[in-house]
Write a protein that binds this ligand. Structure first.
Ligand SMILES: Nc1nc2c(c(=O)[nH]1)N[C@H]1C(S)=C(S)[C@@H](COP(=O)(O)O)O[C@H]1N2
Ligand SMILES: [Mo]
Length: 236
């Protein structure tokens, strides 16, 4: 490994956060995860640039900070949009999937280094749900809550209105599995995986950004792939 020749030094907080993310998250593939914690996280903390080539390529790790994959049947599922909106509403899985769909083909990348290339996502643009609710002028941010009972995330209103941010219900043309955060999760394509809240239950419009679970553990609120969390890669 070479030392990084550019970019901000990586703080101890981020280093601990990386180790913590590995330790808290994984249920499947404990051996790989051990290796990630012991080998990759320290290397990544020193040198982000050489990391990707080291990693096993092309597979997801299934993460859950609770150590469990919560279950919600599709016909029992509702998503709530509330907070600083004109018309708070709840939407069922059937209603959500009947809305105009959007599709994206993008890499899925975790901040710890693993990446799954060319993934096909289907869902509803978050902006469409915001339009339906009518965002009040004093709202500047969104807070996402998972029905796992612990995970939270955030976006600014401008980020949430991007066309590559969706409420996703299909991956690779199949209904989103429970392990992947189904029936419905957030998918924030331009940011690291931690922004994409699984088992999405509530979207709340807030007056300002309320940092989410991993952000309270040292990760950047603005989690752009390649230009956050100590990286300064050339844009991809
Ligand atoms: N509710 C919830 N959402 C979550 C997480 C989690 O632990 N709980 N982990 C995040 C992280 S760090 C990543 S990289 C992705 C992983 O998605 P996957 O489990 O479908 O691979 O989910 C994100 N969303
Ligand atoms: Mo992640």
């Amino acid at each position: 490994m070479t030392e990084p020749d550019r970019g901000a030094p990586v703080g101890r907080r981020v280093f601990l956060g990386l180790v913590g993310l590995g330790a808290a998250g994984v249920i499947v593939g404990a051996k790989v995860q051990n290796w990630l914690e012991q080998v990759v996280a320290p290397i990544e903390a020193k040198d982000f640039t050489g990391l990707t080539s080291l990693l096993p390529f092309g597979n997801y790790r299934f993460y859950s900070i609770t150590g469990d994959f919560p279950h919600r049947a599709r016909d029992q599922y509702t998503l709530e949009v509330k907070g600083l909106v004109e018309t708070p509403f709840s939407i069922s899985y059937a209603e959500l999937t009947a809305m105009p769909a959007t599709k994206l083909k993008r890499d899925f990348q975790c901040v710890t280094g693993w990446r799954v290339p060319d993934q096909h996502w289907t869902g509803v643009q978050l902006s469409k749900l915001l339009d339906r609710a009518g965002v009040k002028p004093e709202a500047t941010a969104l807070r996402f809550v998972s029905f796992d009972g612990e995970y939270t995330e955030s976006l600014t209103l401008a980020q949430a209105r991007r066309p590559d941010v969706m409420v996703a219900y299909q991956l690779e043309s199949k209904p989103l599995s429970r392990q992947h955060g189904g029936p419905v999760r957030l998918y924030v394509a331009p940011m690291y995986g931690y922004k994409s809240c699984k088992w999405l239950q509530t979207i709340e419009l807030t007056a300002r950004v309320e940092p989410g679970y991993w952000e309270n553990n040292g990760y950047d609120v603005d989690g752009w792939v390649g230009r956050s969390n100590g990286r300064d890669d050339a844009p991809t």
